[in-house]
Design a protein around this ligand. Structure first.
Ligand SMILES: [Ca+2]
Length: 298
């Protein structure tokens, strides 16, 4: 039997509910013995990202999940924290469910990533579903680079949109995670010592997942609350959950991998794939991706 995958999840959880679906999916998969989620780092615009991630882990009985964060550029104080991005579901989830470190207690993302990789006795898959700042910082750190080279088997990223390459009549779309830190995306694709797989925007936009959580638990599940809070009770695009699905279960008959190649990034965040020598691939949908994600919750 193959060894189960160890996963580190780097996420901008608290804003778009697909991160919350992806995290719940991985925790369900862990319950079923399919993976081991060893830690989380956040790069959220809400100061409640780490606490929100901790709340979902706590719902699954994991009260001691290591969680680190990328601090916000803005100064956050106990007096202004609730005024920063108040519409984000991160605050609603953190206040209702609790768990995880507060903004003021969470350790830094790089420190957390290095500690997790140092302590891992087997290969780790990194799943990244936000802007790529934390992963760039890890690879740019001398010890971090060596740890990635030695211990990370693959970096799976929700990012890019290649639809304009398949259909040149389409206006190129700068995908959100790439546009959030174009320099980080470039750095990772040029410098990563391990393969990088992208789950591109166009693959999952129309694949709505998570409805099963809302139907079963409503607002009694933190991910259910996240979906309902954003008006996504019928499910949300599977951008981040498809990345988690691939990390845990592989293509699973609903996706396939592109050939190897390189990805280049324009200054506005538009991405272009060029097949050939390179360490990047991307996923292409071939079936019911949302159904495969929701099946984990059955
Ligand atoms: Ca995300």
């Amino acid at each position: 039997m193959a060894e189960i995958k160890r996963i580190i999840f780097d996420t901008d959880i608290g804003e778009d509910p697909d991160d919350a679906v992806a995290l719940a999916y991985m925790l369900e998969a862990e319950r079923k013995g399919l993976c081991s989620l060893i830690g989380i780092t956040t790069c959220s615009k809400t100061p409640y990202g780490a606490e929100c991630a901790g709340a979902i882990c706590r719902w699954y009985g994991k009260n001691d999940m290591p969680i680190g964060q990328l601090p916000l550029d803005a100064e956050v104080t106990p007096d202004n924290i609730d005024d920063i991005y108040p519409s984000a579901y991160g605050m609603a989830v953190a206040k209702k469910f609790g768990g995880g470190p507060s903004y003021f207690d969470a350790p830094g993302a790089l420190e957390t990533l290095v500690k997790l990789l140092r302590g891992s006795d087997g290969p780790v898959t990194i799943v990244a579903t936000g802007k790529l700042t934390n992963i760039k910082t890890l690879i740019g750190d001398p010890e971090g680079y060596e740890l990635v080279r030695e211990k990370v088997s693959e970096i799976d990223i929700m990012g890019c949109d290649f639809a304009h390459q398949a259909d040149p009549s389409l206006v190129p779309h700068p995908e959100y995670n790439i546009a959030g830190d174009v320099g980080a995306a470039r750095f990772i694709c040029e410098r990563s010592p391990v393969p990088v797989v992208f789950s591109p925007f166009e693959m999952s936009e129309k694949e709505l997942s998570g409805r099963v959580i809302v139907e079963r638990y409503g607002e009694d599940h933190p991910t259910g609350l996240a979906l309902i809070h954003l008006g996504c009770g019928g499910g949300r695009s599977s951008w981040d959950p498809s990345t988690a699905l691939y990390a845990v279960e592989g293509e699973r008959g609903v996706m396939r991998l592109s050939p190897w190649g390189t990805v280049s990034f324009r200054d506005d965040g538009v991405s272009d794939f060029t097949p050939g020598d390179g360490k990047c691939r991307y996923l292409i949908g071939t079936g019911d991706i949302a159904g495969a994600i929701d099946a984990m919750f059955e």
